[in-house]
Design a protein around this ligand. Structure first.
Ligand SMILES: Cc1cc2nc3c(=O)[nH]c(=O)nc-3n(C[C@H](O)[C@H](O)[C@H](O)COP(=O)(O)O)c2cc1C
Length: 329
């Protein structure tokens, strides 16, 4: 019998498969199905800074009756109703999920600035969340804004959120950071207990007939695994945080690779959205079958076994590999 247990952010998990933040967490029943199919924990879809600000603007308008400035401010925010839950409803949803399932429930806050909205970290904790994932999804497009300022802002937010809560904190990061190892260490110093690599950026497309820029959401495939796989392999044992791999986890082999790179958990959203919550059971069955066939006794035993330091081929992760790959064509 193989031992699938792992730990993540101090939580004891029965296996390394975690449902990543997605609409699957919007319904209590679906989260129950995920639990029945065997996922070890669920990250709830995010509560966005914009949602919280929007609600406080509405309150402001109610108090000041200044309808003009309110209308102006709202044009910069997403349309009301585009997101499924308002902030208080979100917090209540966490409470309901905690009452409905036994697996850990990880709340998710998504924002890019420090401010009053961060107090929702406390509310999510008070609702019973086992941990908080902070998603820093920001695209710097201003020429005056340099990388150091963007990173300082991220660190500032992490410190602010950390100061609000006692539960573990994971930060979901973009891959577009110049010196990721150094930044990852600063994240740990700022109070992050885990790093979730990586945020998947949705690139808008052009509609050539309508001459419009259109949103474009395509689910991932396993090919996207390689970017977080490489970086977790590089960072494992260098930075004192737990790593969660997200992007491209579709098969048991993808989970195994994530573990060997050094991740504590493999998170999946697209595969579950595409195949339904019950697909988690298939992933776990395949995981066990592979481990038995290859005589692995436990997940812990394989975690980090192919990280950069342990792989016996450090150069494979670095520039040297670049020439080799080009030459191999
Ligand atoms: C429809 C959809 C909604 C998502 N919503 C969120 C969200 O609310 N918060 C978040 O941090 N990530 C969100 N994600 C990103 C996923 O959690 C995940 O990181 C990303 O899809 C990459 O993993 P995958 O390859 O398994 O899909 C969403 C993804 C999809 C496809």
């Amino acid at each position: 019998m193989v031992d699938l247990k792992t730990t993540y952010l101090g939580l004891e998990l029965k296996n390394p498969l975690v449902a990543s933040a997605s609409p699957l967490s919007e319904k209590v029943d679906t989260v129950r199905q995920l639990e029945e199919a065997g996922v070890a924990a669920v990250v709830v879809h995010s509560l966005f800074e914009e949602q919280i600000i929007q609600e406080s603007l509405e309150l402001d308008r109610f108090l000041s009756r200044d309808t003009n400035s309110f209308a102006e401010a709202l044009t910069h925010l997403p349309e009301a109703g585009k997101y499924s839950l308002g902030p208080e409803v979100y917090v209540e949803h966490i409470r309901r999920l905690k009452a409905a399932v036994n697996i850990p429930v990880i709340g998710s806050l998504n924002g890019v600035s420090s401010g009053g909205w961060i107090k929702y970290a406390q509310k999510i904790e008070a609702a019973g969340a086992d941990a908080l994932e902070l998603n820093l999804y920001y695209l710097p497009t201003e020429v005056d804004l340099d990388g150091a300022a963007v990173e300082a802002n991220y660190l500032h937010i992490v410190r602010d959120v950390r100061a609000q809560i006692n539960i573990p904190l994971a930060v979901k990061l973009s891959p577009f950071i110049t010196a990721l190892p150094h930044f990852a260490r600063r994240m740990a110093d700022a109070g992050a207990n885990g790093l979730v690599l990586f945020n998947r950026f949705y690139q808008p497309d052009f509609d050539l007939e309508a001459l419009e820029v259109v949103p474009n959401l395509k689910l991932s495939t396993s090919t996207e695994l390689l970017l977080p796989l490489r970086w977790i392999a590089i960072l494992h044992n260098q930075v004192d945080v737990d790593f969660a791999l997200t992007s491209g986890v579709h098969t048991a082999e993808d989970i195994l690779k994530a573990m060997m790179a050094g991740a504590k958990v493999a998170m999946t959203a697209s595969a579950l959205l595409k195949n339904g919550p019950a697909y988690a059971a298939r992933l776990l069955d395949d995981l066990v079958a592979w481990m038995e066939a290859h005589e692995y006794g436990s997940i812990r035993q394989m975690q980090g076994s192919l990280c950069q330091q342990a792989s016996g081929n450090q150069a494979a992760f670095e520039r040297a590999n670049y020439m080799k790959v080009l030459g191999s064509y």
